[in-house]
Ligand binder design. Structure first.
Ligand SMILES: [Zn+2]
Length: 103
């Protein structure tokens, strides 16, 4: 349940548990601007890096024109352009939180 007592970060972590959501979807669910979601995410990654019971997972962006996948990207936000074909049809990355340590 989302409750008013939770901080935005706690709410984001709860929403991401067991599912995949983009920053756009999180912004809609929380009723805050997408840019604010993107500001919270690095802090959530840090928090979960110290948490042995949960792991932050990132489903990388990919190019819709040539299927290039941004696997090595460390930034959390959507890349603007494909390095292979220069297309700007890039999917948004999605985020999730799963139980257990990173493997
Ligand atoms: Zn491409």
């Amino acid at each position: 349940m989302l409750t008013p007592q939770q901080t935005p970060r706690q709410r984001i972590m709860m929403l991401l548990t067991g599912t995949w959501l983009s920053s756009h979807q999180l912004a809609q669910l929380l009723g805050i601007p997408e840019r604010q979601v993107e500001e919270h995410l690095p802090h959530i990654v840090k928090t979960l890096a110290r948490d042995d019971s949960r792991t932050f997972v990132l489903e990388p962006s990919h190019c819709q024109d040539c299927t290039y996948t941004f696997r090595d990207r460390t930034k959390l936000t959507r890349p603007s352009r494909c390095p292979r074909c220069k297309s700007e049809a890039i999917t948004s990355p999605r985020y999730g939180i799963r139980d257990g340590r990173a493997s």
